[in-house]
Write a protein that binds this ligand. Structure first.
Ligand code: BTN
Length: 266
């Protein structure tokens, strides 16, 4: 272990969260990346429900190797999961996380929507991002780290201009600062409920709830996959969470993962 033992833990976690799911919280003022520390902890045997939180990150990581800028005021945390569901169902975990974050934001009266697979948007601007990292070993997944970054009271002026114009924060949308620990408590409760659905095998309900909050279905979109660019109308997501796109030629394309842009953004 490197940073986990050397960095001073000074955040106040004397508060008890009302959530059975949480087993242990490692809280830091600063880390390179909560995902990196959580992965180390997972590799050293930390149990499901272990959470790593930092006030800021020096090297916050986003999807597609992007940087996740992490100034003070935001929420940066990673949750260790050890799913016991069949391996093919782990593709639904991004949906579980996106639902939990969306419900937490909605509980503040902020109209959050989900862009496939797991960006959380408000009025088309990003308020939260999720990065899942896992290890597979044969037919099992020993751990999944769910990294969540939320623009809570994030000073948007601290973000680079190109990111700032596509971002918003709970403070901006709510018109006042949000209490950090109160928000975490809300988020953990929603995560607990959504993950319980997953663990109990209620996969259809997860998909159905995700659809209710979708900002993608029915829209004309463009998805950059690792191989190519797919363009068309997002017509459905299937039981694995894969996106079905109907091209203008009438072909149906099933997209497993990719960066989704809707045409309003172009
Ligand atoms: C994205 O939208 O590209 C995903 C962003 C995920 C950011 C979070 S912040 C906490 C965790 N630690 C990281 O380094 N990344 C995730």
């Amino acid at each position: 272990m490197n940073e986990s033992v050397f960095v001073k833990k000074t955040m106040d976690f004397s508060k008890k969260f009302c959530c059975r799911f949480i087993k242990k919280i490692y809280a830091f003022d600063e880390l390179a990346s909560t995902n990196l520390t959580a992965k180390e902890l997972a590799l050293h045997g930390s149990e499901e429900g272990t959470i790593v939180i930092a006030q800021t990150q020096r090297q916050g990581r986003g999807r597609f190797d992007r940087t996740w800028q992490s100034p003070k005021g935001g929420v940066y945390l990673s949750i260790i999961l050890r799913p016991r569901t069949p391996i093919e169902k782990t593709s639904l975990l991004p949906f579980v996380a996106a639902l939990a974050v969306t419900k937490a934001v909605l509980s503040y009266g902020i109209p959050a929507r989900i862009k496939w697979p797991n960006d959380v948007l408000v009025h088309g601007k990003k308020i939260a991002g999720i990065l899942l990292e896992s290890e597979t070993s044969g037919i099992t997944v020993p751990y999944v780290v769910v990294g969540i970054g939320i623009n809570l009271n994030t000073p948007l002026s601290k973000l680079d201009v190109d990111i700032r114009k596509r971002s918003t924060s709970l403070r901006k949308e709510h018109g006042a600062s949000i209490k950090y620990y109160e928000f975490l408590d809300t988020l953990f409760q929603h995560f607990d409920r959504c993950y319980q659905l997953f663990s109990a095998g209620n996969f259809e309900q997860i998909i159905d709830e995700w659809k209710q909050h979708s900002d993608t279905l029915g829209k004309t979109i463009r998805v950059q996959t690792t191989k190519d660019m797919v363009q068309g109308t997002a017509i459905a997501i299937d039981q694995s969470g894969f996106l079905l796109i109907k091209t203008k030629e009438g072909n149906l394309i099933r997209v497993v993962s990719g960066d989704c842009i809707d045409f309003d953004d172009l």
